[in-house]
Design a binder for this molecule. Structure first.
Ligand code: C5P
Length: 470
């Protein structure tokens, strides 16, 4: 088949195309594609799929005419090993009837090729800031503006640093600086780079600037024998976060930032054993989901649980109380923090580096030390204290009395107290009976599902904050 580029057309035709494209809010390339598709649809019956082809086997992605595409996402692919997942992300977005325009950094092209990216996105990937062809067809300012949302995946430490400092020395950073659209980052990097003070500072700056973040998750790294927080969120998680951003936050917590902790923590005894508790994470996860549904930008810091990550929430997975505290601090600033996690009160002073063997004496002495109190340390912060700090009090007796004392001791604003005695069925169950304790009194809520408790709490939070975003 003959190949055609816009550059080969005569000046007058190019001029007409440019005007038509501008009128329709499309790039010249998209406009040409739209015209060609229209012409093909008018003149031809669809050709039968070749035997054995992807289309015949039903595997091909249904090509969505661009004029039917609901919105365009601008995907900036940074240079990290997680870039391979961005290919899958493009497919997931196309399945959701979204157009995807891709900008790749030079380093990204070392991991995935512009050819594969272009084939999946159905338009060529943009790579160069000073590329006469892309400046002619689209131009970096148009790339930055002609989209509903900008997504950076993987967002490398370098790209995050450039964004935080306003650099614009390549196409990706120039587009990120020039855009007037919301930006969603899916960070991916080595755990040491992720926890480095410079990255923490840069990310805090971007979050304060209104940039949304999904992930990273904890797990294995590409490097051998490395694990920790730094794996890019999975394509489906990123797609869900994109859908939430695109849905347009119009709920009662629109524009608010909410941190929720959930689940138990695991405190290592040795490489194979840990101290834990029976928390399922159902209540905390329900609160995170309800806050996201109300339009908040939610960071859920979760201990090990078996419940799925809520949609549209940035979930950070941690194991121990100390990791949880670090993740919560990194997620600040926030308007509201809800501490629903059942954090282990103690950890082993020095976890064994190797599996502890039986000594034959019949007894093992473990020396325990207290874990940091995450709720109290956030509630007592001098800087970046969320406007509303909410704790839970899981009690087995004198529920309200103990919770009131806890409110004062921990320095939080509200406490939700619940009875977790064995016969209450709250731990791991789907229902909860809570008492909301605030400085102005105690409200006892009827027994309801954990989802209902979450919705009621979010409604109370929205009312306390005055509903609309600051
Ligand atoms: O002290 P207690 O564990 O009963 O307090 C419960 C509240 O404090 C919960 O909101 C829980 O998430 C929080 N907490 C915490 N860090 C701890 C212990 C409890 O954030 N180390």
């Amino acid at each position: 088949m003959a190949s055609l580029t816009v550059r080969q057309l005569d000046e007058k035709l190019k001029q007409q195309l440019r005007l038509r494209a501008a009128r329709n809010g499309r790039s010249v390339e998209d406009e040409v594609r739209t015209i060609l598709r229209g012409a093909a649809a008018e003149t031809a019956e669809p050709a039968p799929a070749a035997p054995g082809s992807d289309r015949e086997r039903g595997l091909g992605r249904p090509e969505q005419p661009l004029e039917q595409v609901s919105k365009r996402v601008l995907l900036v692919i940074g240079g990290g090993i997680a870039a391979y997942k961005s290919l899958d992300l493009i497919r997931r977005l196309r399945e959701r009837n979204l157009a995807v325009r891709v900008v790749m950094t030079k380093a990204a092209a070392e991991f995935v090729t512009p050819l594969s990216v272009g084939a999946l996105a159905s338009e060529r990937a943009f790579t160069e800031l000073f590329d006469p062809q892309s400046e002619f067809d689209v131009g970096h300012i148009r790339i930055a503006r002609e989209c509903a949302l900008v997504v950076v995946a993987p967002a490398t430490a370098d790209l995050i640093a450039k964004m935080a400092n306003g650099h614009a020395d390549d196409l990706a950073s120039a587009v990120l600086l020039a855009t007037d659209k919301k930006i969603l980052l899916a960070p991916a990097m080595n755990p040491h780079m992720w926890s480095n003070a410079a990255t923490r500072r840069n990310l805090a700056q971007l979050v304060a600037d209104g940039v949304a973040v999904v992930g990273p998750n904890a797990g294995e790294m590409a490097e051998r024998n490395e694990s920790g927080v730094g794996r890019m969120a999975e394509p489906l998680e990123i797609a869900a976060a994109i859908e939430t951003q695109l849905a347009g936050a119009s709920g009662a917590l629109a524009g608010r930032r909410v941190i929720v902790t959930s689940g138990p923590t695991h405190e290592p005894i040795d490489p194979v054993r840990y101290i834990a508790n029976r928390s399922s994470g159902k209540q905390g996860h329900a609160i995170a989901a309800a806050a996201a549904a109300a339009g908040a930008q939610v960071t859920l810091v979760s201990g090990p649980v078996n419940v799925p990550d809520p949609r549209g929430v940035s979930t950070i997975k941690v194991e121990s109380a100390r990791d949880m505290l670090q993740a919560v601090e990194a997620a600040l600033p926030a308007d509201v923090a809800v501490f629903a996690a059942a954090v282990a009160d103690w950890r082993v002073v020095e976890a064994g580096q190797q599996k502890i063997k039986k000594s034959g004496s019949g007894a093992l002495r473990l020396s325990l030390t207290e874990n940091p109190d995450i709720l109290a340390s956030i509630a007592h912060r001098k800087s970046k204290r969320p406007e509303l700090v909410i704790g839970f009090a899981a009690e087995t007796e004198k529920v309200v009395e103990h919770a009131k004392a806890k409110l004062a001791r921990k320095g939080c604003d509200w406490i939700l107290a619940n009875d977790v005695s064995a016969d209450s069925g709250v731990m791991g169950g789907d229902r909860n009976t809570v008492h909301l304790i605030t400085p102005s009194g105690v409200e006892s809520w009827p027994t309801q599902t954990k989802d209902e408790v979450a919705s009621a709490l979010i409604a109370r939070i929205a009312a306390a904050l005055g509903g609309e975003s600051k």
